[in-house]
Design a protein around this ligand. Structure first.
Ligand code: KG4
Ligand code: ZN
Length: 335
């Protein structure tokens, strides 16, 4: 492997279109993200067709910016790593075909990357190697999934049976007329509210490591409908809703570590930017001797640094794929 082995990461699984250049194993030379979030705002959620069109319109520009920021050109690149799922089929197809075309034209190897694995593995960018075992927890707008990494493989433990945690934040923000995306807005409001004021219950699930957030969202909806003066209590509603979601996330992820005798919990995904989740999970894990690894804030949202890093590790282990990579919107982790 040459000293300056360069991996170009390409990510377009949802509303972000991103390219990153990774030098060697851990030197991130650029990390450019173009988000279509503002375009989805009026609809209160990501509109798949708008996301696809945005990716199609900006992906070559994002690539050019990423190469310029890294001070490299396409002819310096050694490997292409592209997110192949899970996510929205439209933007995934654009990203995968863009990457395959580049690989073909430049005669480069290409690797397909699992977006969920990449969310977790980006945490190891500055660490010597993946630990032998860890509990992985992806909490984002599209996923809430717990996986055990052991013996070099991901083993699926559970996931949400309805809304993902971030989706619940976004839907509650819509009920509270706050805007989109809802997570950061609720996080901010909640800082001035009483988290114990309103008991919004989280539904129980059959599987010990499954999650359910559609009930707590509906509880907020009914509370707002029953209380015409709810706007006066908006801080308490936000704090109480957030407390319920965070309690569920913390309780089950810590239990998963204890039951599987794992002492490292690795987080990934947009919701891991949540301040209450960071604080509560760190405190509860510390009490039990569990090390919690949160991504840097810049790496919580979708980005291509994680794609490049995960793709490079995969390439070192298994080599490149033929050009025959397919986008898979339902790609699982550890199933
Ligand atoms: O990982 P991500 O960028 O995209 C997906 O792959 O889904 O996550 C986006 C989600 C949105 O639902 C957003 O509301 C949520 O992450 N989010 C937060 C916070 N920041 C972003 N949720 C709670 N608190 C936050 N501070
Ligand atoms: Zn994501």
């Amino acid at each position: 492997m040459p000293n300056k082995f360069l991996t170009l990461g390409i990510e377009s699984s949802c509303d972000e279109t991103a390219c990153a250049v990774l030098e060697g194993k851990d030197k991130l030379r650029s990390n450019i993200i173009s988000s279509s979030l503002a375009l989805h705002g009026p609809f209160g959620g990501v509109v798949p067709e708008i996301a696809s069109r945005h990716t199609l319109e900006c992906i070559d520009h994002v690539l050019a910016r990423s190469l310029a920021a890294a001070r490299y050109s396409l002819k310096n690149i050694n490997l292409i790593a592209v997110t192949r799922g899970p996510g929205l089929i439209g933007p995934l197809l654009v990203g995968v075909h863009f990457a395959k075309t580049l690989a073909y034209a430049l005669g480069l190897p290409i690797v397909g990357v699992n977006h969920l694995e990449a969310h977790l593995e980006v945490n190891f960018i500055a660490r010597p190697r993946l630990p032998k075992s860890f509990m992985g927890f992806v909490v984002s707008g599209g996923h809430t999934v717990l996986v055990l990494f052991r013996n070099g493989k991901y083993h699926y433990l559970g996931e949400t049976v309805d809304d993902a945690a971030g989706e619940a934040f976004d839907k509650v923000a819509k009920i509270l007329e706050l805007g989109f995306p809802g997570g950061p807005l609720i996080d901010k409001l909640a800082r001035k509210g009483d988290p114990l004021k309103i008991p919004f219950p989280v539904s129980k699930t059959k599987g010990a490591f499954d999650f359910s957030f559609s009930g707590v969202k509906t509880a907020v909806l009914y509370y707002v409908k029953r209380n015409p003066r709810w706007k006066r209590e908006i801080h308490d509603i936000a704090a109480s809703f957030q407390r319920s979601v965070v309690a569920s996330l913390v309780g089950k992820s810590v239990l998963a570590c204890e039951r599987n005798k794992v002492s490292t919990l690795v987080l990934g995904g947009g919701v891991t930017a949540n301040s209450a989740l960071r604080k509560t999970l760190s405190a509860e894990a510390a009490k039990r001797g569990i090390e919690v690894i949160f991504p840097e804030l810049i790496h919580t949202m979708d980005n291509a640094a994680m794609t490049a890093f995960s793709g490079y590790a995969r390439f070192r282990k298994h080599g490149g794929a033929s050009g025959n990579i397919m986008a898979d919107p339902c790609l699982s982790i550890g199933v």
